[in-house]
Design a binder for this molecule. Structure first.
Ligand SMILES: [Zn+2]
Length: 606
């Protein structure tokens, strides 16, 4: 049903696109991603360049990050124009079956990492996403392409080009700075960087990288120095080079701020206020804005601005982290580096091990003893045999992905879901359609997560509880329980609350309307389709979960599509737990606003 709908949407989009006149000169594109930028956090005071694109170009007010609202899944959607059921990038951390080879060595893999992505490609058919990226399609058409910025999502933008000879790729790990091999840097680019008077390699994050501890506040500075280097390379090396070559270009700039700073900020240790609305987080938003301004200034100085579309998106929104659950057994143990009484990382794993009477093991298979002060930090395997776990748990901040790889999955799944419905920190539950309908949960196919993925599909996805501290705009003071290393009061994301799904999206340039507020829902899966249309390249359709062309935002524009909001509701579990899902349908696509148990999910309309 879902597939037919998407196919029909594609046909309709193709029909109206045929009438568009061909552009005279090939268009240039800049894709600027401000990691973790909430839609409502952009104001002219805090972020003048971001606010200017939104007010002077297209303001995508009804924007959406894809769930789970973490970085690499949304990077995969921005890169390919497909939903996550097709790209198989279900989280920053996913279960991959057999352990990855050394140095990774675990079956729960962190894929926000260049070297891990290379291994993932080897494991999954040469391209773990299984779909053409916009950058690869543009390269094939003769475009110059570059991606620079945050380690992990940047290299996903041209995921199969990893020898440095295709897309010019620069991130924290260039030159092995982040402890890995990274993507090689062409000698001629290295020479041009030197000639421009820049340091040969990106600086590390310096003081910005200090996230603090439960008894020590985190950073008080934004990621300025590192990002200045990336902005310097873009404006002094790459854009002048593209102009000199006379080639059209697509350049992706992935700003780690405000994400990295919001995660690690020291404005709010163990307190929910100001949380991620303190001065350090605001400085990080301004830092991203300044980088965008530098890129636009360079376009103008080089005379490229009239022929370059600049689109700005964020992979996801953001919340302030809570580590408090009155009922969790995991919070009752004492750990050496956790505030007494607070949840440790892996709290769901510990509670499930107790609740389902399954041995608790870390991601490499070693037994973990919470009663001795230990907790799992990088996911868990539950069961007697570490080679054949009954449950594998991959932590993703505001959500955990659960995999039931054993032969007893169908019998185990209802027990796991019933356990989850009894935990006070659980917001929403989604279950893989292959496991059948389970009361309290909705099927994963309803949120675009069942498609042509090459990687193992999660069995169950859990979004944790979220709420607001009571400010005037709830999205700006969202709080959530999360399975990650941040302290209470620092920033996190990953849940199905609207504060996490409502990312910033805006665009400006010759193909986009001016001073237009788009009321239609849009998502990170729509960018690549819209941009592929603008530059006239084809994306692949190995899976059928494609986003749409945002035609209503373009100068040759289509009408704003009709928008139909709807609410889906699961069967209630034995204890009354229900998962409710707010959606909007428009242009043949479905957009996902929020999901969870009413009263446990910010922005949910019951
Ligand atoms: Zn993040």
């Amino acid at each position: 049903m879902q597939i037919l709908k998407f196919a029909a949407a594609g046909a309709m989009a193709a029909a109206f696109l045929c009438g568009f006149p061909a552009a005279a000169a090939p268009r240039n594109l800049i894709i600027f991603v401000a990691d973790g930028l909430r839609s409502h956090s952009v104001t002219p005071e805090v972020a003048p360049a971001l606010a200017a694109v939104r007010s002077e170009g297209v303001d995508f007010a009804n924007s959406h990050s894809l769930y789970p609202t973490v970085t690499t899944p949304n990077s995969s959607a921005i890169a390919t124009g497909h939903l996550l059921g097709d790209t198989g990038d279900f989280g920053n951390t996913i279960f991959v079956g057999e352990p990855l080879p050394p140095p990774f060595g675990a079956s729960i893999a962190g894929i926000e990492d260049d070297d891990a992505q290379a291994v993932m490609n080897q494991r999954f058919g040469g391209d773990y996403l299984g779909e053409t990226t916009l950058l690869a399609a543009a390269r094939a058409k003769g475009y110059a392409t570059a991606a620079l910025g945050k380690h992990g999502p940047t290299a996903i933008q041209d995921v199969t080009s990893r020898d440095g000879l295709g897309t010019i790729e620069l991130d924290d790990d260039t030159g092995g700075r982040d402890g890995g091999h990274g993507i090689p840097l062409r000698a001629e680019i290295a020479a041009a960087i030197k000639a421009a008077g820049l340091e040969p390699l990106p600086p590390d994050r310096g003081l910005n990288g200090g996230g603090g501890a439960y008894n020590m506040a985190g950073t008080l500075v934004a990621n300025v120095d590192q990002q200045n280097w990336f902005a310097g390379v873009a404006t002094k090396v790459l854009l002048p080079r593209f102009k000199a070559e006379g080639k059209p270009f697509v350049l992706v700039f992935w700003s780690r701020d405000p994400d990295g700073t919001q995660h690690g900020q020291g404005d709010s240790l163990n307190a929910l206020e100001p949380g991620i609305n303190g001065p350090t987080s605001k400085a990080a938003i301004r830092n991203a804005s300044n980088d965008l301004q530098a890129l636009r200034d360079a376009l103008k100085a080089l005379g490229l601005d009239d022929n370059t579309d600049v689109i700005v998106t964020a992979d996801h929104g953001f919340s302030t982290m809570s580590r408090q659950s009155p009922a969790s057994p995991a919070a009752k143990f004492r750990y050496r580096d956790v505030q007494p009484g607070f949840l440790p990382q892996g709290f769901l794993d510990i509670d499930m091990s107790i609740g389902l009477k399954l041995p608790l093991r870390d991601a490499t298979g070693d037994i973990v003893h919470p009663e001795q002060g230990f907790y799992p930090k990088h996911g868990s395997l539950l069961g007697a045999d570490p080679k054949h776990p009954e449950v594998a748990i991959a932590p993703n901040g505001g959500s955990d992905l659960l995999y039931l790889p054993g032969p007893g999955a169908k019998a185990l799944a209802p027990k796991v879901v019933a356990f989850l419905t009894r935990q006070d920190y659980v917001g929403a539950i989604f279950v893989n359609d292959a496991l059948g309908a389970i009361p309290g949960s909705l099927p994963m196919s309803r949120i675009g997560l069942i498609g042509s993925a090459r990687t193992p599909q999660p069995s169950i996805m859990v979004s944790f509880k979220s709420w607001s501290t009571g400010c005037a705009d709830p999205e700006m003071c969202g709080v959530e329980i999360a399975d990650s290393g941040q302290q209470q009061g620092q920033g996190i994301h990953g849940s199905f609350g609207r504060q996490d799904t409502h990312n910033f999206m805006a665009a400006i340039g010759p193909d986009f309307k001016t001073r237009f507020v788009d009321p239609a829902p849009v998502s990170n899966a729509d960018w690549a389709n819209t941009l592929a249309h603008i530059i006239g390249v084809q994306l692949s359709d190995n899976g059928h979960l494609r986003g749409r062309v945002m035609g209503e935002a373009l100068t040759e524009g289509a009408a704003v599509p009709e928008v139909r909001p709807a609410t889906l509701r699961s069967e209630p579990a034995a204890n009354g737990f229900v998962t409710v899902l707010n959606i909007q349908e428009a242009g043949g696509e479905t957009y996902f606003d929020a999901a969870g148990m009413p009263g446990r999910t910010l922005g949910l309309k019951p």
